[in-house]
Design a protein around this ligand. Structure first.
Ligand code: SDX
Length: 429
């Protein structure tokens, strides 16, 4: 922490308020405004555009340069050379594992992939047409009813076990939510398969014949999980931190993160992108939709475009776009009409004054749906896939907070409601 200060002078007030400034290892300095309450003032920052809510060492983003580092490693290097579970280890423990550490970590995850048989009955309480994210909100939160042996958040071992259980069981629960929606039997995990292969096995396998998981699709699935693993203090991660700050158990916190992710402005955008591309339907209609996105009176937005932090390209979108081409080529899909529309839409948008002025670029959600569709994942499952990948990021941030010093998060407000007034009896209204 540096010892430089910001000085705040306020019209009509004597003297000045000195506020400490802290510097991190990368990125902007921060002004500690904690002392303002004592001066009878709050800061005001709806949407937390300029607010650093915590100190963290997990992920660094430079929105201007399109940089994304996980514990210092660039996302494109991890996407190219690492795999999802290795990246999970990195996010959780801060270093890449050696061979023995990786084998132990992967082995432990494999031993937690099954869920209590009672959880299977939870699914029968849902309608078959329930959105899988609705199911995931419910069943992940319900995990806390099954694991009383790992709910003491002050116990590092409990936190460790909960982390393994969540990372390992999310694919199982996700695949179950899909199988339930199509009336197909649940598949048990096959721990002879790697993480992504196991997920595809549980999604598309059936108990009547041996699973055939394409290594190409498994690699693409693993890369999708990896690219969604963590992203600093985004809305769902901040939700997990806030829920965790009250001492809520990790399963409840992750369920809160899933709920926050579901919104179309956040993780729900990948599903909305595919629906948008299908609605556009043909490159000839792109201009019509770009015009709507620019029209202040039209609530339509180009889904998969724009980002609170990236005012340049989203490095994940670049990797995703390249992966989309590779997966389609490896699958022998010469041309995907939706990918053609997506690429043409990107070209048009990036040369349009409105998008240039507002610094709107494709984000992680713009191309991911193309790959997920090529893998055979139904659109309604896209955000569930995002939640599976992001679970490790949520846990890493939750654990970083709980294992350090923290206080319950309790923001204040700018109150613009009524001053005190007396109650009016019914016969006087
Ligand atoms: C994710 O935070 C994270 O890190 C999130 C994420 C992660 O990994 O966790 O990266 C994942 O959520 C990616 C974002 C997915 N969402 C979408 O693709 C939905 C479409 N995009 C937006 O709605 C919007 O861009 C946000 C929500 C992503 C960002 O919103 P901001 O930062 O609050 O920006 P804004 O809404 O204030 O927009 C700034 C301006 C506005 O115009 P003005 O009011 O200044 O005139 O840009 C316009 C907006 O109208 N704008 C868009 C637009 N996005 C912003 N106009 C048309 N199409 C869009 N997509």
């Amino acid at each position: 922490m540096s010892d430089t200060k910001a000085t705040l002078t306020i019209d009509g007030r004597e003297g000045a308020i000195e506020l400490p400034i802290y510097s991190g290892s990368l990125g902007p300095d921060v002004v500690d405004v904690g002392g303002l309450t004592g001066q009878g003032m709050f800061t005001y920052d709806p949407g937390f555009v300029s607010t650093a809510a915590c100190e963290s060492q997990i992920t660094y983003i430079d929105g201007g340069k399109g940089i994304l580092l996980h514990r210092g490693y660039p996302i494109d290097q991890l996407a190219e050379q690492s795999d999802y579970l290795e990246t999970c280890y990195l996010l959780l423990y801060g270093e890449l594992p050696n061979a023995a550490e990786k084998e132990r970590f992967v082995g432990t995850v494999h031993r937690h992939t099954m869920v209590n048989e009672q959880i299977r009955t939870f699914y029968n309480g849902f309608r078959r047409d329930a959105h899988p994210m609705a199911i995931m909100c419910g069943v992940v939160g319900a995990l806390s009813a099954f694991y009383h042996d790992s709910l003491d958040i002050s116990d590092e071992q409990h936190r460790q076990v909960a982390a393994f259980r969540l990372i390992a069981k999310m694919p199982t629960l996700a695949a179950m939510s899909y199988k339930f929606s199509i009336g197909a039997p649940f598949m048990y995990p096959d721990n002879s398969l790697n993480y992504a292969e196991n997920f595809l096995h549980m999604m598309f396998g059936n108990p009547c014949e041996p699973s055939q998981v394409s290594p190409v699709l498994a690699r693409a699935m693993d890369r999708i999980f990896l690219l969604h693993a963590d992203h600093e203090q985004n809305a769902s991660t901040s939700t997990v931190r806030l829920a965790g700050s009250s001492g809520a158990n990790p399963f409840a916190c992750i369920a809160a993160g899933i709920a926050a992710l579901w919104g179309p402005s956040h993780g729900g955008a990948n599903e909305a992108v595919l629906e948008m591309l299908e609605e556009i339907g043909d490159v000839s209609r792109i201009d019509e939709f770009v015009a709507r996105a620019k029209d202040k009176d039209d609530p339509f937005r180009l889904m998969g475009f724009g980002h609170r932090v990236y005012k340049n390209f989203d490095p994940r979108a670049k990797v995703m776009k390249q992966a989309a081409d590779e997966v389609l080529e490896e699958l022998g899909i010469d041309s995907d009409p939706l990918l053609e529309i997506a690429k043409r839409l990107e070209e048009i948008a990036l040369s349009d004054e409105y998008f240039i002025e507002k610094k709107l670029y494709p984000n992680v959600d713009f191309y991911s749906g193309i790959i997920l569709k090529a893998i055979g994942i139904p659109t309604s499952m896209f955000t569930v896939i995002f939640a599976v990948g992001r679970t490790v990021g949520w846990i890493a941030h939750w654990n970083e907070m709980i294992s350090g010093s923290y206080r319950i998060g309790r923001p204040r407000q700018l109150y613009t409601g009524y001053a005190q007034r007396d109650f009016v009896p019914l016969d006087k209204r």
